[in-house]
Design a protein around this ligand. Structure first.
Ligand SMILES: Nc1ncnc2c1ncn2[C@@H]1O[C@H](COP(=O)(O)OP(=O)(O)OP(=O)(O)O)[C@@H](O)[C@H]1O
Ligand SMILES: [Mg+2]
Length: 230
């Protein structure tokens, strides 16, 4: 039970652009347990998004090891990574990437269809999630027919459909005005608590990071400070 759900050991990520090397991560160690909610802050370019990509198996580390749920995911093939991700990690990005041709409900059930689950059960689950993000009255609306805050709430419901143990959020309120941003934050924190998901939330908003029980601060590819009782 107390085994870490996310564990990084000396993780480096180096990008080679022409003849220049960019060290985006420089030996990150991190260990998170089930249900931990962590705000990630740090200057632009400090490696926050890269950290989330490596944890979420969207990118592989140049060296070091990433364990998710006890499994070494540092070197999965693209195909294995996408199967693994579908069940294990939910993402909410600044740009919600909702499919414009599909309704809110259909967008939310999409990860379930990809996993080969039956439509009826998925519909029920998606409706419950859309109710939980206060969008029970917008099931048939397409993304363009929703406000920015509503679109982000659809993205949150989609991220949680597969009941993943891990939720990764990169500036989820970055494109929203204060009021909508606060509503999205509230919903994220409440749903993460309720589902016992382990969440990393990248934000420039120190106040938002402090609303979570744990914080890490990144600088130049490393975690340089911790907040909360680690
Ligand atoms: N695909 C890539 N190719 C080359 N360099 C990259 C790539 N992705 C990120 N970098 C570089 O790695 C460093 C860390 O980038 P990252 O996107 O992780 O920063 P960040 O902390 O998320 O910044 P921001 O707050 O602006 O989103 C930056 O110097 C960036 O230019
Ligand atoms: Mg970023």
């Amino acid at each position: 039970m107390t085994d870490p759900i996310i564990q990084l050991k000396n993780v480096h990520k180096t990008f080679q652009i022409a003849n220049q090397q960019v060290h985006a991560l420089r030996g990150v160690d991190l260990s998170l347990k089930r249900g931990q909610l962590v705000g990630v802050t740090g200057r632009s370019g400090s490696g926050k998004s890269t950290l989330l990509h490596v944890i979420g198996t969207l990118d592989t580390p140049s060296s070091g090891i990433v364990y998710l749920n006890g499994r070494d995911v540092s070197n999965l093939t693209d195909k294995d990574a996408s199967t693994f991700r579908n069940r294990t990690v939910g993402f909410v990005f600044q740009m919600n990437n909702l499919l414009p041709e599909f309704s809110a409900l259909e967008n939310v059930i999409m990860p379930g269809l990809i996993a080969g689950l039956g439509r009826d059960a998925l519909h029920k689950r998606a409706e419950a999630l859309l109710n939980a993000v206060d969008l029970g009255h917008r099931l048939e609306h397409r993304p363009a027919e929703l406000s920015g805050g509503e679109q982000q709430r659809v993205a949150i419901a989609r991220a949680l459909l597969m009941e993943p143990p891990i939720l990764l959020c990169d500036e989820p309120t970055g494109n929203l005005d204060k009021k909508n941003g606060e509503r999205v934050e509230e919903i994220l924190v409440e749903l993460s608590r309720r589902t016992q998901v382990t969440m990393l939330l990248v934000t420039h908003d120190i106040e938002l990071a402090k609303r979570l029980p744990y914080q890490v601060v990144m600088e130049d590819g490393n975690i340089v400070d911790y907040g909360g009782s680690w």
